[in-house]
Every structure is written in structure tokens, then in C-alpha cells.
Ligand binder design. Structure first.
Ligand SMILES: Cc1ncc(COP(=O)(O)O)c(C=O)c1O
Length: 462
């Protein structure tokens, strides 16, 4: 059992000043290195979520931190009127690692902001105003992006933001086919149905925004050939195809970008999360043709921190470190090892229904018949609780089932994988035997407790 005295004393002292946007864990994080985060009571926790799926090189990678510190000593912020050398070098490096003729880069701060920017470019380019995305996708938390997101706390899709000219495309989730067919004989009927459903609506759509491998939706890999068919459809209706690589970029899937698994070049590639290795940076990269036309048509994008020097230095460092340490290959190798270990667990624990993913974007779906998979008593929450108690932080989600994501940094060691698997094994055994009272499962800090008690439908922290 973890000692949480210092963390809880601090919660009690300062917690009342926190606007509880969601339920936080009791543990206050004091430091982090590699795959391990340490709380103020010195509990060490294996973080298999890489922070918010951002710290692709592990927490506080020494070379990244050294370069950021050096840059801070020179200039922290320039404003919209100036560029710096790290920004120019980072743009060049992004252009070189992204597929095909993508070469014009904008740096921004968050994934949502970058998707919004990509969408604005698409609107300008196509002179249309609508948006489409997968019904199980996730694109961010602005009104527009929420409208095409099967959101974390919005498992009830009726709560989606309603905006004009928004369309959804059936998610190609072959394991739970939305049109009850089997791949490859299906001939992508889900896409054909979506095309038909949108119908005349296509004439208003400027952009289709999709993840190349859906993460929050439940680690869903569109089958071979699907993305090519989607691109064909986009071209038919003169819609730009925007690929959101928030979670799949910078080596996570065993390639630089998830879209490379589908062998297509999108019109705009959006990056965020992993791009800064934990530093908040996002951006878009598009073609010369799209950049030129939109600029000539008067496209302007100004936000306070776009092209900031620290964004440049962090992206440049992440690319250099991945290249120099050959981390893409490592993501593939470690991924194969973690997948093998997860399959062994599946063979042992019948509660695991499926193991899936690619590279180090892996996970497993469990049998959970709870009405609300985020409720205190759900199997998912119990497993999350047991893992955390034993020193492994895992995250789960998906509106199509309870899917745990295991996305450790691509620097993860074999030993850390073995430790995580052993904790998971022990936790799966425990939850199959133990009875839990609600009191045990509730966080100990009074503010998260209150939030959960007030809204049991709310998702349990991440
Ligand atoms: C695929 C995808 N797109 C966009 C976002 C939004 O990014 P941010 O939270 O940085 O705005 C996320 C965040 O989880 C994401 O997973």
C-alpha cells in the first residue's frame, strides 16, 4: 500500500483553490525521469501513459532538458513578428520526416489549436465550411473539434457539440463492424454507407479530420486499403484530408507517423503531444500548393505563442534524439516484446478479450458489462485502481468497450515492460477474487471524492 501522507496533507491545504475540471489522483508528482514518476511521498510509479501520451522520449529526457535550458537562457519568447534559428531548423526537420510533398510548417501549442488551424486552412482552400470525422474519433475540446469527437466524458453522444455542416463517418472498427460485414469481403461498405448518409452534405464539407489509428476510440487501426478509399472519396468531393497525428506521431507506432502504415500522403498532417517530448508544441505541415493558394487568398494565423523558440528547440531535439538513438526501431522491437507479453496475459486471463495496436501504441480490451465503464464499480476502474496501488499507471477509455492503453515512452526498457506486465498480471488476478467497497475505490483527497460523488457518471481521473 502506498503511503500518501504528504500528498494528502498538501491536497487538504491547497485543494480548495483548484477548479476540479476532472478527478485527479491523490499522488502529487514531485519528479519524473524516463518511465518513472515519483510522488511527494517517494512512491515510484511506472507511467505507461507517457504523461498525457506526450513524453515520447520518457519524462525529462536529459538532452531535451539541456537544450531547452540553453534556449531559455537566450530567448524565451519572441512574439509573432520574429522567427528564430531553432524554429527554422525545426520546420526543415519536420518537412524532412513527414511523408511526400508535405513541407510548409506552422508551430502552435496544443492539439486542438492545431486541428482548428488545419480546419481553417481547409475552409480557405476549398471555400466551404463543414467538417467530417470518425464517429469514434477524438480531435480536441474546442466546440468544432468536440462536434466530431466521441469525447472522454461524453460517452453519451447526444451531448456532442452541435455545429452547422458537421458530418460523421462510420469508424472502420472491423472487430465490431458498424455494418456487420467482414473485411476484406466488405469492400468498405462502412465508407460507402457514410458517403450515402452524408449525401448532398458533401458539397459543404471542407475537411475530413481523422486519426490514422484511433486512440481514444479504442486503438482502432483502419484496415489496409481503407485510408486510400477515404482519400479517394475526399478527392471526389473536393474535401481536404487532414490526418491528426497527436498520438501516433514521432515514432509511437514504429514509424515516424501513423499515416505511413497506410501509404498515403494527406493534404495536411497535424502533430502535437509527442512532438515536444513533454513540452507543449503542436503544428501543421502541408503542401506548397495549399500554403500558396491560402496565403494568396488572405489566410492569416496569429496566436501569441506560435513559432515560439522553445517550440522550435523541443521539436528539433525530439527529432534529433529519435534519429541519433535509433528509437523508431526500438519502438518496433519493444512494441513486439510488449505485445507478446500481453498475448501471454490474454491466454491466462479470460477477462482480456483482445490485444491490439502497433509499435508501442498497444492495448487490450477487457470484458466489462458495467452500464457505465467509468463508474466506480466498473471492472476497468477496479483494474486501474489495483495497478496504481501496485505502482503502474494505466489509462483506459473508448465508447465501444473498455480498452486499456499501454503507451510507454519509446525509451522504455525490457525490465520496465516485465515489471508492468507482472503488476498487471497480479492486478488481474486480484480483481477476479476481491470484493471492493465504494469507499476503497474512492480517491482519498476530498476534492476528487466530492467530484465523483456528485457525478458518478464522470470519468475517473487521468
Ligand atoms: C488524436 C487527438 N487529437 C487532438 C487532441 C487534443 O490535443 P490537446 O489536448 O493538446 O488540445 C488529442 C488529445 O488527447 C488527441 O488524442
Amino acid at each position: 500500500m502506498q503511503n500518501k501522507k504528504h500528498s494528502l496533507d498538501t491536497w487538504n491545504k491547497y485543494g480548495k483553490y483548484v477548479f476540479m475540471t476532472h478527478n485527479f489522483n491523490d499522488n502529487l508528482i514531485h519528479k519524473a525521469k524516463g518511465t518513472i514518476i515519483t510522488d511527494t511521498d517517494n512512491n515510484e510509479i511506472l507511467d505507461f501513459s507517457s504523461g498525457q501520451f506526450c513524453s515520447i522520449l520518457g519524462h525529462n529526457h536529459p538532452e531535451l532538458i539541456k537544450n531547452i535550458k540553453k534556449q531559455i537562457n537566450k530567448v524565451l519568447h519572441t512574439g509573432s513578428a520574429f522567427l528564430t534559428l531553432p524554429v527554422l531548423k525545426a520546420a526543415c526537420k519536420v518537412a524532412k520526416i513527414t511523408p511526400g510533398n508535405l513541407e510548409k510548417v506552422i508551430f502552435l501549442s496544443t492539439g486542438t489549436e492545431a486541428n482548428e488551424c488545419a480546419f481553417r486552412i481547409a475552409k480557405k482552400f476549398t471555400e466551404k465550411s463543414g467538417i467530417a470525422g470518425f464517429d469514434e474519433g477524438y480531435s480536441g475540446n474546442s466546440s468544432t473539434m468536440q462536434s466530431i469527437s466521441s469525447n472522454l466524458s461524453q460517452t453519451d453522444k447526444r451531448k456532442r457539440e452541435k455545429i452547422k455542416n458537421k458530418q460523421t463517418i462510420l469508424t472502420p472498427h472491423c472487430l465490431k463492424c458498424p455494418v456487420n460485414k467482414t473485411y476484406p469481403g466488405c469492400d468498405f461498405l462502412c465508407l460507402k454507407e457514410s458517403e450515402k448518409n452524408v449525401g448532398k452534405g458533401w458539397k459543404n464539407i471542407a475537411a475530413i479530420i481523422v486519426e490514422p489509428i484511433l486512440s481514444q476510440g479504442g486503438i482502432i487501426m483502419p484496415p489496409k486499403g481503407y485510408m486510400q478509399a477515404l482519400q479517394k472519396l475526399a478527392k471526389k468531393y473536393k474535401v481536404l484530408l487532414i490526418v491528426d497525428e497527436a498520438q501516433t506521431g514521432f515514432g509511437r507506432t514504429g514509424k515516424w507517423f501513423g499515416i505511413e502504415h497506410h501509404s498515403i500522403v494527406p493534404d495536411i498532417l497535424v502533430f502535437s503531444k509527442t512532438a515536444g517530448g513533454g513540452y507543449p508544441v503542436s503544428g501543421i505541415v502541408t503542401t506548397e500548393k495549399i500554403a500558396r493558394k491560402t496565403i494568396l487568398d488572405g489566410f492569416v494565423n496569429i496566436s501569441s505563442h506560435q513559432f515560439d523558440p522553445l517550440q522550435g528547440i523541443s521539436v528539433e531535439s525530439v527529432i534529433d534524439i529519435i534519429k541519433n538513438k535509433k528509437l523508431i526501431g526500438r519502438s518496433r522491437n519493444r512494441g513486439a516484446y510488449l505485445e507478446k507479453k500481453l498475448i501471454e496475459l490474454k491466454n491466462k486471463h479470460s477477462i482480456i478479450l483482445d490485444v491490439r495496436g502497433i509499435g508501442l501504441m498497444l492495448g487490450f480490451e477487457i470484458k466489462d458489462n458495467s452500464k457505465n465503464i467509468y463508474s466506480l464499480n466498473s471492472i476497468g476502474n477496479k483494474l486501474k485502481y489495483e495497478c496504481m496501488k501496485n505502482g503502474l499507471y494505466l489509462n483506459y477509455g473508448a465508447s465501444t468497450g473498455t480498452v486499456f492503453r499501454m503507451y510507454p515512452p519509446i525509451t522504455v526498457t525490457k525490465k520496465e515492460i516485465e515489471k508492468a506486465i507482472s503488476i498487471l498480471d497480479k492486478s488481474l488476478t486480484t480483481i477476479s477474487k476481491r470484493r471492493y467497497s465504494k469507499k476503497i475505490l474512492l480517491p482519498k483527497n476530498p476534492y476528487s471524492r466530492l467530484k465523483i460523488r456528485k457525478s458518478m457518471r464522470e470519468r475517473l481521473g487521468f
